[in-house]
Design a protein around this ligand. Sequence first.
Ligand code: GDD
Ligand code: MG
Length: 330
Amino acid sequence: MLESILLVGGQGTRLRPLTLTTPKPMLEVGGYPVTAHQLARAREAGVTRVILGTAYRAEVFGDAFGDGSEFGLRLDHSFEPEPLGTGGGIAQAGAMLESGPDDPVLVFNGDVLTGIDIAQALISWQNSGADVGLYLVRVANPRAYGLVPTDEQGFVTAFLEKPEHEREIVTDQINAGMYIMRRRIIDQIPRGEVVSVERDVFPKLLASGVKTLGIVDEGYWRDLGTPAALVKGSADLVKGLAPSPLLKENPDLREDGSALVFSESHVAPDTELSGGSVVMPGAVVEAGACVRGTVVGRGVRVGAGAVVSDCYLAHGEVADEARLTAEVVC
Ligand code: GDD
Ligand code: MG
């Protein structure tokens, strides 16, 4: 048994108005909701049970994933009527865990695409003797994330969430949104209170000397918090840069990775579909249209001769002969 908690309760403010109706983890990238890719990846890595930490628009997750049997997982839903923050969300979901006190529990942010070998990360953590493991990546501009410096042995020395001062930018290593935590560590987080795992829990754990391994990975990583990242992430899945079991043997994926075209869509023969585009079920792409690096959502129509690049088309219609670049349409 390997249990995990997947946090999907955020409001996705930077993605409004897309997230007014659909919570961010349920937005479709690479043909499927972000959460579906994450569940499939977790299953592949040996996770047997996932507890979804929901708050904002929780009902959508129940409708989409139910008991998880479609993914070969046991799925349970933890609901926060008032959002409890990342730490509070982990604590509340943690009350449903069945693992023993020293067993590892995986915790995932619900809005990242990653290439990390999760099973291997778990082995590295086990070998280190640490109580906590943090998946880290290096980025050019770390300021918008949680900064996580490590010592020569790879153990975490500090956790600085979204630092405001230049002097706090002490590393380019950031929290990549996956944690390994012994169950007893999760049990220490206060329940029923608003708690931030990044601002409250990790700094306190480090101050009290809890051994925390930094697992730095050089592979694919992307936070899907902005429209541009959402569009890029979707194309990366289709192109195979971001691994997902849902795309591996998908019959609707073109062999060269240029596009994922669901068979329930309508695409005229003389069209260009490229750059990792997705044409969702019920979408229509008319004659002579050019669709590059774009998600054409369910029921969306791209008119004849239109040229659409790097867009997320969630709803509506692109007029014949229109030119559209890097736009969200909803
Ligand atoms: N259950 C629950 N309750 N989940 C929540 C809540 C809550 O109150 N608030 C946020 N979440 C979920 C979000 O849905 C998301 O999946 C995850 O927690 C992280 O929240 P974001 O709002 O996306 O945070 P961020 O992107 O600004 O920063 C986080 O991720 C970065 C990497 O992508 C932090 O963990 C940073 O340290 C990290 O670098
Ligand atoms: Mg995020």
